[in-house]
Design a protein around this ligand. Structure first.
Ligand code: HEC
Ligand code: HEC
Ligand code: HEC
Ligand code: HEC
Ligand code: HEC
Ligand code: HEC
Ligand code: HEC
Length: 303
């Protein structure tokens, strides 16, 4: 990853000029927005990064554990290790970390040109990172919290009626893909932007895949990430809960086959395996045949 891309990630999504003092932290929002505070605090976003606590290995636990938790360990004054063993929910136990080959883990210098660990912390935390003694990475606030989406809010907290915050709902659908895609896009293993819709590593690339859907392309800009994911709530894992969102546009449906009683997304957003233990819902909404959850059976639009 180039230096330019790195600085873009570290500064997201705040204005370029903002520093630590411009951030108030989620706790500061609680007195006035207690409902949003309480529900957002129980999301995977809020728990995307935490210090490890015994018997957990490593110094840092990356991932809220909905799918997996990867330990990251500081191994010297200037280096970190992504541990070789990750805890997977589907296994309820440890196995080799996705992208690695054995249990040893991979070590990189903190200031290595690809800045692998700085980008890990940047996507899993809120506000600007800083470097402590001997290049220790110090996140400003753990997890993906309020100011990732609403911008630095210290001024708003002091004087809410004169300093209005923005919400991503003000963005067009295309701009929201870009906004959420600052983290939900680049392949975290390589830092690359993968664009091949047939590549299973793109399973987790929700903005790219959604943008290739007929619903998105022909929906007149009405379909975006928060249509289906209320931003302060934990992701809903009950497949049938999404039916009402589909039916808001698809009121009358004539299927040639029997579909009653099954959730729309179970057929039209099938889960794609990414490695042995992770799966991701295919955000390219379309019709799939049972053996191929990646490429639509009747592809329209990009191949
Ligand atoms: C002292 C009370 C107070 C605190 C603390 C506070 N807010 Fe607010 N907030 C308000 C009020 C009042 C409004 C409505 C302002 C208006 O409509 O003019 C508001 C509006 C908002 C909006 C809606 C903007 C819109 O127009 O849709 C967002 C987003 C927001 N606050 C986020 C935050 C975040 C994030 C924090 C913590 C970092 C925070 N607020 C802290 C009082 C507060
Ligand atoms: C600063 C980076 C960042 C931004 C910006 C961001 N996310 Fe996330 N998001 C994450 C991370 C990290 C996780 C993984 C949480 C975990 O460990 O499970 C995540 C997880 C999620 C999940 C699934 C919950 C889970 O357990 O995996 C949804 C849904 C989601 N994000 C939606 C959004 C939407 C919608 C937006 C834009 C409005 C957005 N995110 C913006 C970093 C981000
Ligand atoms: C470009 C931003 C970004 C970077 C860099 C990044 N992550 Fe993530 N990470 C995410 C998002 C977004 C998710 C939510 C899952 C998804 O992709 O849908 C996530 C999820 C995870 C999970 C939960 C399991 C999974 O794969 O969904 C773990 C564990 C994790 N990241 C660890 C790391 C580690 C360790 C690093 C650095 C080596 C790292 N991440 C770098 C954005 C990032
Ligand atoms: C993943 C992005 C994201 C995060 C993180 C986030 N918000 Fe929001 N917020 C939104 C969006 C999008 C809206 C627009 C309303 C909607 O679509 O539900 C919003 C709306 C709001 C509003 C306006 C009133 C309302 O509920 O619609 C307030 C206040 C607010 N957020 C406060 C917070 C606070 C406090 C936190 C942290 C505890 C937080 N938000 C975290 C995306 C986010
Ligand atoms: C914002 C409105 C909107 C929403 C919400 C929506 N769609 Fe669509 N969808 C469309 C439009 C518009 C088309 C294109 C129709 C056409 O071209 O005849 C479409 C096309 C489709 C197609 C055909 C795709 C193809 O490539 O052949 C399927 C299948 C589909 N939608 C299923 C769903 C499902 C399942 C959901 C919920 C998870 C959903 N849609 C949500 C608007 C929407
Ligand atoms: C059991 C799997 C299954 C379920 C469940 C299902 N569908 Fe379908 N759907 C299909 C198949 C296969 C087709 C294409 C053949 C056909 O029309 O029967 C299709 C076609 C469609 C189309 C038309 C695509 C086109 O070519 O124009 C739309 C829109 C659609 N489904 C939306 C939905 C919605 C919304 C739901 C939930 C209420 C749903 N489907 C539930 C399998 C399913
Ligand atoms: C039409 C509805 C719909 C839209 C729009 C949508 N999602 Fe999802 N999303 C889902 C469904 C369904 C799941 C699977 C939930 C489950 O079963 O756990 C999901 C899951 C996720 C997850 C968790 C990983 C996984 O695949 O289980 C993330 C992260 C995510 N979505 C991000 C996004 C982002 C970012 C956007 C915008 C680019 C977006 N979603 C738009 C329906 C949607």
């Amino acid at each position: 990853m180039s230096f330019v891309a790195l600085s873009a990630i570290i500064l997201i999504p705040a204005a370029l000029a903002s520093g630590p003092a411009d951030y108030a932290g989620a706790e500061a929002c609680r007195p006035c927005h207690s409902a949003n505070f309480t529900s957002q605090s129980s999301t995977s976003h809020a728990h995307a990064l935490a210090p490890s606590s015994p018997p957990q290995p490593g110094d840092w636990a990356f991932g809220a554990g909905l799918q997996a938790i990867t330990p990251v360990t500081r191994v010297g004054p200037d280096s970190y290790r992504e541990d070789g063993l990750t805890w997977y929910r589907s296994l309820n136990g440890y196995a080799i970390t996705l992208g690695q080959h054995d249990e040893k883990g991979v070590v990189f210098r903190t200031l290595d040109p690809a800045a692998r660990f700085l980008t890990c912390f940047a996507c899993h935390s809120t506000g600007p990172l800083s470097l402590g003694k001997e290049e220790e990475i110090i996140p400003h606030e753990l997890g993906v919290r309020c100011e990732v989406c609403h911008g630095p809010a210290a001024t708003h907290v002091r004087d809410p009626s004169h300093s209005r915050l923005r919400t991503p709902a003000e963005l067009t659908a295309v701009a929201m893909n870009r906004f959420c895609g600052q983290c939900h896009r680049t392949d975290s293993e390589t830092g690359e932007e993968l664009t091949d819709l047939r590549d299973p590593r793109n399973a987790r690339d929700q903005p790219l895949r959604l943008a290739a859907s007929a619903c998105f392309l022909r929906g007149g800009g009405r379909l975006n990430c928060v249509t289906c994911h209320p931003p302060h709530q934990q992701v809903d894992q009950s497949a049938s809960s999404y039916d009402v969102r589909c039916q808001s546009c698809h009121r009358k449906l004539v299927h040639r086959q029997q579909v009653a009683g099954q959730a729309c997304v179970s057929c039209h957003m099938p889960r794609i395996p990414n490695g042995p233990y992770l799966t991701f819902a295919n955000h390219r909404i379309a019709t799939y045949s049972p053996g191929n959850p990646i490429l639509p059976a009747t592809p329209r639009g990009p191949r």
